[in-house]
Every structure is written in structure tokens, then in C-alpha cells.
Design a protein. Sequence first.
Length: 128
Amino acid sequence: MIKDLLERATEARNNAYAPYSKFPVGTCLRGAKGGLFAGCNVENSAYPCGTCAETGAIAAMVLAGESRINEILVVGPDDEHLCAPCGSCRQRLHEFADAATPVHIYGPGGLQLSTTLGQLLPYSFEFR
């Protein structure tokens, strides 16, 4: 079932706009209602005005009327670097997910790490 997430995240990564870092990233989220929401990083020469792939995927999910994430997949550009969500995106993801939400990190060569959001962000800020 992860195949659908990986296909959408890879497609998103292939459309990323990363002329400065040369580090395209794609993400796909599975919403609680089963919807798939992809995003890619979009850089800007006026750093740090760009957006991460996770941010775009969350925005697409919210726009579609979903508000809970059941699964997260991130795919980076190479197998040398583990492309885990950045700190800001970990907190953004936590806003719509919980500590047990699965996070899968892929490179072009395949799965690099399966973990949970709680393991990536053990002391998240929560104000709900």
C-alpha cells in the first residue's frame, strides 16, 4: 500500500523547483479519509522564502477538506543523504498527526528508514 505514496512522492520530487540547493524533495501524505496529497519543495532566491515538500502536501490536504494525516512518505534526491523532514516540518506534520503516525523515508534506491513522527519529534510543542 506504500507503493501509491511512493509513486506520488517521486512524481512530486521530479517536479520540485530546487535550482539553488539542487536537492529536490517530494512528499505524499495519506489523509484519514484515504486521500493522497503530494508536495514538492519550491525554492526562492530570497532565502528563506521557499517552501518544503511537506508544507505543500499539508496545504493540499487542508484545501481538500481533510485534517488528519495517517501516513507520511518523503523521498529525497539520492541515497547518500537521509531526507527526513526538517524540524519545522516535523512540527507542521504533528499539527495534523500524532506520535504513532508512520513516517517512511526513501531515496532512489529504496527505503532508507521507517519510523514514527514521535521518534522524529519526541518533544513536540502541543497547544491544543
